[in-house]
Each structure stands twice: as structure tokens, then as C-alpha cells.
Ligand binder design. Sequence first.
Ligand code: PLP
Length: 405
Amino acid sequence: MNDRKVYLDHNATAPLRAGARGAMLAALDSANASSVHGPGRKARRLIEEARERISRFAGTAPDAVIFTSGGTEANALALRGTVFGALAAEARITRVFISAIEHESVRANAMALAEQVPGLKVSEIPVTADGVVDLAAFRLQLMQGKGRALVAIMAANNETGVVQPIAQVAKILCAEGGEAVHLHVDAVQAAGRMTLAFDDWGADTMSLSAHKIGGGQGVGALIVRDGAPLVPLMAGAQENGKRAGTQNAPGIAAFAAAVDEMDGAGEVERIVRLRDGFEDGLRELTGGEVVIFGQDSERVANTSNFAIPGLSAEAALIALDLEGVAISSGAACTSGTVKPSHVLAAMGVAEDLARGGLRVSFGWTNSQEDGDAALGALRHLLERKRRLNARVQGAQVPTLEPAAA
Ligand code: PLP
């Protein structure tokens, strides 16, 4: 990422923190944590210390933490592991509810389950125009059917940053579903941007990913409630039999180090000021024309998703990139495709406007100058666009002056 002067895409990947880099390098030649010899025991100790650290961060006990290769695998394990685990425990799940704004890794697994498991039905829970799960609609959906259910709702959305009412969802589940409902929370984008409270939320599983908090790519965790009927995606003894494969000791050490480095730095307060200052600048720059998605909802500190009417996301991305400013259009995983974001569509944003959706996500590396640089690059682009429009109009509108004799 050193080739980027200004990096404002922390929701895609947050740059590696110094502490995480140090911990990763120190653990690079770790032995296999399953080996019984001294070096193996050393690797195991490192992993168990990290497990303890991550569990406090997640708001639960160390035994609940299952290390994975990232958020995508954690989501797959939560959905597939729970559905097949419940089947094995003769407590078959017949209904899966996912919010309409879930990450592709949740959506794709839910859809695959609907094809693979006879009798399993997947329903989307709608969101309001503000990007929040519609609790009344969800309660109705849940009450209308029968049978055990798995419900997946993210803690904060990756595109808009809108925080979801997990505690209220859990309350509805308690009242309407009781023991027969599993709650999965994708907290990949909430981690480090708001407090995680796995136990207090009453969730059954929760996903985390290290690279969203500067802990390095390719490692994450699934937090699993004691007694949840989870089977592994592949058979193996590691991670208490819930996740097969030699653990990524350097990645796990870096994950824990990133959590350590983040704590107590007043980072969230600093970042929310950067984001809010940037949005004030956007309003000023566009004479109030900018549309900021989810701005009236509770949002995590770092994310701003907006569109400037008449400005295409592709044009803006390229123009900012040329000025050394890295931002994103919608989610990184959907960048490069022309399909407008499913999140903005679920919020009822008109397709034209959604096609202009841009995401700026701040993080630990950023300062006021970075937000200013993004605003400056947008200003240049809008000015060029205005000049071009004026020229095009000038060329098209025939002059009304009588021709000179
Ligand atoms: N869930 C959310 C909300 C995400 O934003 C992402 C990544 O963009 C993931 C899951 C997947 O995480 P990973 O990149 O670690 O596989």
C-alpha cells in the first residue's frame, strides 16, 4: 500500500499495524501448534494467548474462539456448520433468514444451502430506507412460519457503516423463537469500530476478520456459543474439532497484536471526527447536493457512503486514483462490476443514484489531510465536469447572433 499517497479504503483492508507486523514477523517460523515438542508447545502458547485476547475483544470466553482463514470462512462455517450440525443433532433447521444487506459470503452460502438441503427455505429480511433491519417486518416473517430457524444479521454494514439492532433482534428471537432459533452475527466491519458483546447479545455465532482492523489478511475467527450444534466444514482435530487445518500462528499472533494496538488509543473518537469533517466538506463542495446513505442512522465511526447526482462512481474512482487517493465504490468484492450495490437497492435508492455510490472508509493511518485530499480530488473532478458540460452545451446550442454581414 506504499504506492498510495492517501488510503481511504479501510473497510476493504486496513493497512497492517506496526504491532501486528512485529508479532507476525516474530512468529513466522513457528512450529506446528499440534506438535508435542517444545517448539510446538511454544506455538500453541502463542495461539492460546491470542485466543484469550480475541475473546475479551469479542465479549466472551476463550473457549468460544475458533480461528479461521478470515471472515468469509467464518461466515461459511457459521451457516453451513450450523445447518448441518443441527441436522446431525436431529434438530433440523428449515428456515434461514438473512438481512437484505448481508455480505456476499453470507448471501452465497445461504443460497447454496437452499439448493443443497431439501426443504430449507431462505428469506431476506428487508431494511428501511435508512439501512436498518426492519424489525416489525422480521417479527412477522418469523411468526408466519414454523420450524427451527437460523437468522444472520450483520452488526454493521460494510458499505454504509449502518449499525444493526442486534440486541433487539435477539429479543425478538427470544420472544418468538426461543431455543429453536440460532443467531449469527457478522461483526467483521463492526470490530474495532464499536464494542462487541457476543455474550450480552445472546448470539450463537459471530464472525471476525483480522485484516479489517490492521491485523493482516487471511486470518479471522468464528465465535461459537458453548453447546451450539456446529460441525466443521472439513474433518480435523484442530480448533476443538471445529476447524480443520494447521493454525496460522503468525496471522493469529498479528490479529491479537492489532487488537492490543487499537485499544485505548481514542481511535474511534478521532476517526469519527475525520469522517464527520469529510462529510461537512462534501456538503459544502456540492452545495448540499450530495446524498449520504444511512446518515440519519447510527453508523460506525469510519464509513461514509455517498453519491453526487450526475457523477458516476467509475469516473470518480479513476479520477481520484489518478490523484493518488484510494477509495471504493460500494464493497470491494463488487468493485469492477457495473451492477449497483444490493445494499443500496435494498434501501430503495434509485438505480441511477446507486450507480454513483462511493465509499470512503477511514482508519488508523488517516489524518485530516487525507480527507482534505479526497475532497480536493473530488473538487477538481467536479470542476472539470462543469467546464466540459459548459463546453458541450456551448457547442450544441446554436448562437442566436445574426451572422456578420
Ligand atoms: N463480512 C463482511 C461484512 C465483510 O465486509 C467482509 C469483507 O469484505 C467479509 C465478511 C469477508 O471477510 P474476509 O475478507 O476476511 O474473508
